[in-house]
Design a protein around this ligand. Structure first.
Ligand code: 3MF
Ligand code: MG
Length: 373
């Protein structure tokens, strides 16, 4: 069953959001890490309760990776295969769809200087093998998309960066995705996406914005029609002071908005990953983004990509707070859809500001305001 409301076909809640232990650069984990099967059970609970229809994952969210055994998933007797089957059984039983598979090229310290763009060719080969394994895992689950998030593919010290080569490394790494899908005749994938992000606490990324990502697809990839962008809004684009309505409209104009990562963010800060509508700002921009999508007639998947606040992680009951986090995310989306529906494009307005104020009155259902009293 699809959600199918407004511009949203279905809602996806990824493993990494539900499983997150809520650490950040200056604070360790608040919650214990829970096993991937436990995360699967929480997502299955959310599916059965009618909160979400799909999920996504990094390979490392589901099963450990051993660089010495890059094809352990192909052995049906391996622990990895058994675990993948157990996770699939739990989610299939709840009717959860698999939206996207992402290869984690950020978690393991081997990739500390990048994955697909690592200056060391041996690490780039290892990354390619890990991508292949992730594509096979995605095929097993019937994932619809492969996602390349820029992760650690960026630079800290420009003077030593191989500027003449990094974008060739990136094109090779991404073209390998479509080559492998074709070679193995994988039919589950309907597309692949680039997820741009401007920076990590240290380091600037090679594809910082949706504009960079879209340009790279047209300019450097062998199968530009297969590729699109999944912007993370408000978060990633807000880090670079971009506006969400403009980002989705720009991508839609090129038929490149495949789906959306959804959460909230304070402008110009490092990735806050607030749940949608949570935090001190972003309400108006979020509502206007959905109004823009409605105006354009885009319809697609909204995938949450956020974390509960550190303050509300409850180490005494790390299941209950995770359930509440899921409920908060989906409640926020339903609120936004309703608010966006209320806003009409004004005609015959006296000024742009008066049009803007009228839209806020509509959004907040304020009715007429008499400014004299
Ligand atoms: C980081 C992200 C990533 C990507 C994920 C899937 C950990 O800011 O947004 O989540 O969304 O790798 O592509
Ligand atoms: Mg994301």
């Amino acid at each position: 069953m699809d959600f199918n409301q407004g511009c949203v076909s279905y809602r996806s809640m990824p493993f990494w959001c539900v499983g997150s232990p809520l650490s950040d650069p200056f604070g360790g984990a608040v919650l214990d890490r829970i096993d991937s099967l436990e995360v699967a059970k929480l997502i299955a609970w959310a599916g059965k309760a009618g909160y979400v229809e799909a999920t996504s994952f990094h390979d490392d969210d589901l099963v450990p990776w051993n660089p010495e055994q890059p094809e352990d998933d192909l052995d049906p007797d391996s622990d990895v295969s058994k675990k993948l089957h157990a996770i699939k059984a739990v989610l299939d039983q709840a009717g959860i769809k698999f939206h996207a598979a992402t290869c984690s090229l950020h978690g393991n310290k081997i990739f500390r200087d990048g994955g697909l763009c690592n200056p060391d060719p041996a690490i780039r080969r290892l990354a390619a093998k890990k991508v292949e394994r992730t594509l096979r895992i995605g095929q097993f689950f019937g994932a619809k998309y492969y996602v390349y998030w820029v992760a650690r593919d960026g630079f800290e010290v420009p003077v030593i960066t191989k500027w003449g080569h990094v974008y060739d490394f990136l094109a090779d790494g991404l073209n390998h995705v479509t080559d492998y899908i074709a070679e193995k005749k994988m039919t589950n994938y309907i597309g692949a996406t680039i997820e741009p992000k401007p920076n990590e606490p240290r380091g600037q990324m090679f594809l910082p914005t949706s504009g960079h990502a879209a340009g790279f697809i047209f300019g450097r990839l062998k199968k530009p029609d297969f590729w699109g962008v999944n912007p993370e809004l408000l978060q990633h684009e807000s880090m670079a002071l971009m506006n969400a309505s403009m980002t989705v409209a720009y991508l839609c104009s090129m038929n490149k908005l495949k789906f959306l990562h959804f959460g909230s963010q304070i402008k110009a800060q490092f990735d806050n990953d607030f749940p949608p509508l949570i935090g001190p700002e972003g309400l108006k921009e979020t509502v206007m983004m959905f109004k823009t999508l409605n105006d354009i007639g885009w319809k697609g998947v909204i995938e949450y990509d956020c974390h509960m606040l550190r303050a509300e992680g409850n180490p005494e009951d790390d299941i209950a707070c995770r359930k509440q986090f899921i409920i908060n995310c989906v409640t926020a989306l339903s609120m936004v859809l309703k608010l966006a529906e209320r806003v009409e494009t004004p005609t015959g307005y006296t000024s742009q500001s008066s049009a803007d104020l009228l839209s806020i009155r509509q959004m907040c259902a304020l009715g007429d305001i008499d400014p004299r009293r």
